[in-house]
Design a protein around this ligand. Structure first.
Ligand SMILES: NC(=O)c1ccc[n+]([C@@H]2O[C@H](COP(=O)([O-])OP(=O)(O)OC[C@H]3O[C@@H](n4cnc5c(N)ncnc54)[C@H](OP(=O)(O)O)[C@@H]3O)[C@@H](O)[C@H]2O)c1
Length: 218
């Protein structure tokens, strides 16, 4: 790792979506911190992920400590805890980039959520000094954890009002083995969340776990 590479925290990184992202970045040479409400749980999960990868570069910390220590944080707490988690992280995230992966979809009855997008809510809570970027809503946890050394056959739509922040997240996403495209401002992120409802519906119909999206024409 070079000194210019950001430290990445995956907040709520102890669940389904976070560990796959964390392992992909650790494998690409980034310093990664797993965040949790409980430091012990974060450390346990970090140790498990390190063991899987044969590395020792993933750390575990309580969410606010992880966000403070990182340059870029990725929020992967359960969708129902989105607002409360962010309210407890305002100071730790100030002046940094927060990548919001939240898709507020009920798996039993998948339907597009009403605006505003979760990422817009995050921006409102965190204030203008923090740059919120929406990404990974359409990337299945199952896919992220497979074939860690390889690219993933999926494309990631990245929404942000701050282009430089979006470009940094596009680079990080590429480092994790996915193609990524800028897809407009944070207001557009509601459509990305809605796409997740479509993908879950398709998974149910086609008995899959890994429906995702691909962009053509660019
Ligand atoms: N699963 C997927 O395939 C997928 C795909 C795309 C996007 N997403 C999005 O990624 C996010 C995480 O999904 P997931 O499936 O990984 O969720 P999850 O496994 O159900 O939960 C993730 C983590 O949330 C934390 N958490 C639970 N209750 C909390 C609370 N009250 N306050 C703060 N943190 C709490 C837990 O961490 P601690 O107990 O360690 O604090 C848990 O490990 C969601 O917004 C989801 O929409 C998921």
């Amino acid at each position: 790792m070079t000194k210019s590479e950001p430290i990445i925290a995956v907040l709520g990184g102890t669940g389904q979506e976070g560990p796959g992202l964390a392992m992909r970045w650790a494998k690409a040479g980034y310093a990664v911190i797993i965040g949790s409400r409980q430091a012990e749980k974060a450390q346990r999960v970090a140790a498990e992920l390190n063991e899987k990868l044969g590395l020792d570069t993933i750390m575990g910390l309580q969410n606010a400590d992880a966000a403070s220590a990182a340059d870029i944080s990725v929020l992967t707490v359960v969708a129902t805890a989105h607002q409360a988690a962010l309210e407890s992280l305002v100071e730790a995230l100030r002046g940094k980039i927060l990548v919001d992966a939240t898709a507020r979809i009920d798996f039993r009855d998948p339907q597009p959520p009403a605006p505003p997008a979760a990422a817009e809510i995050a921006q409102e809570i965190l204030g203008p000094e923090t740059h919120v970027v929406a990404a990974y809503q359409n990337v299945p946890a199952h896919t992220l954890k497979q074939n860690l050394g390889s690219s993933i056959d999926t494309d990631v739509l990245v929404c942000a009002d701050h282009l430089e922040a979006a470009e940094q997240v596009i680079q990080l996403t590429q480092a994790a083995g996915m193609r990524a495209f800028y897809a407009g401002g944070l207001k557009n992120a509601i459509t990305i969340e809605g796409l997740t409802a479509i993908l879950i519906s398709m998974n149910k119909y086609y008995r899959s776990k890994t429906a995702s999206i691909g962009i053509t024409g660019i």
